[in-house]
Design a protein around this ligand. Sequence first.
Ligand code: NOJ
Length: 512
Amino acid sequence: MNGDGDETRSPWWRGAVVYQIYPRSFLDTSGDGVGDLRGIISRLDHLARLGVDAIWISPFYRSPMADFGYDVSDYCDVDPIFGTLEDADRLIAAAHDRGLRVLVDWVPNHTSDRHPWFVDSRSSRDAVRRDWYFWRDGREDGPPNNWWAVFGGPAWTYDDRTGQWYLHLFLPQQPDLNWGNPEVVASMHDVLRFWLDRGVDGFRIDVAHLIGKDPALPDQPAALGQLDRVGIHNDPRTHLLLRGIRRVVDSYPGERVTVGEVNLHETSAIRAYYGQRDELHMAFNFLPLSVEWTAAAWRDLIETVERELGPGAWPTWVLSNHDTRRHRTRLGGDERRARAAAVLLLTLRGTPFMYQGEELGLEDADVPEERRVDPGGRDGCRAPIPWTPERGHGWPVEDPWLPWPPEAGRRSVEAERDDPGSMFHLYRALLIERRSSPALSQGEIRVEPSPGGILAYERRAGDDVRQVLVSFADRELDVPLEHGWTASVRSAGEAPWDGRLQPNEAVVLRPR
Ligand code: NOJ
């Protein structure tokens, strides 16, 4: 059994909706203004009520926090700012009690520079773990090659102690692990087992496509200039490594799953990381984060995904995450568009990944210069979640580590739960509809011809069928559709279906 199901049985994650928790900003219980694992445990009921199937938690391991947890100094312990290992165990158990699966974030490409492995590696040229990272002599005019780091500057830092340079595709505090060394592979597999043994249902794999590297570390073409590696690195060695990772994960019972970040821009290139159902179970596809808000652009995106992933590679959909502007902000702050986008996310063929707070329609916080902390300028989308309308919004401090998002009171969980017309209730209705419809959760998709400004598609599984219509227009539009359909969910409100789409409205129709 390869954990990817077969033609007759589908694994759980194909029908699931995954909710991303960014733990620093979910909820604080300790009073230090930073969210923690106990905060997550205390609000799992919100997620169960919302109706998602699984959570993915961004890193909560020991970390100096140069990249807010994506610089790990101990993969097998919880950073005290987030709690303890016992809290992690309690969180996994409490989620499972509510029927929620748990994915943890695994960061294989790099460690923190404070990780004991790197501390040893940098200590001398003869260190036991010298070869666990990439150490090279410089060239006459500087670093060993012309690669650039994601947060700016060369991807190499010179270390006085041993007179060599080390590679880091991100910050200098995030040295790249050398996956060409079998001891690195074995140690990182042990990390997977550590969490699998604790009962996690799978992993979100950070920049999964970066781990394979040609040990010669050749220059990138000069024409690419200072373009960092993340969008272009595509080394065949990665596939062999992913197959090893897959074997570890699939050796556990219960359809454990991997979803990997593959930040390449071509869907056909991303397809390769699913292998022959023996590499990633799913790969993120970030194209929707930059697609234009037009029917033509979305139609093209959906058709490209269908064509290029083909039947063997299950798609993923994402509108927002902790690395990019929230989609409502991207869509000009327009709530109608954000609502229509929610319908797209939850009715397209594939596994949707929601980001905490999108069920509230949050926008990015406006973070004043003196409060910006992220080296990648991503503070706005990481603003804390408001739980209640009053000051402090349910956090034990009034002013957490980042400022509140706009309209935090009106958009708090409590306020939206009490308002049947809120974004929260739209997500809830869509999740209920999706759960009750095999067509929506697992079925085929067929993009239909439609008038300008409208995207139309059908989802079908056996006798179960849904039509989805999305208007990208700023005026009301008539939809020529034969009779016999009734609205299950309308993004603009609960009015019965009358054959007209409001501006930027999306509707899910079922046979009457
Ligand atoms: C992708 C993560 O999502 C991002 O937050 C992080 O900065 C980089 N990988 C480096 O780990």
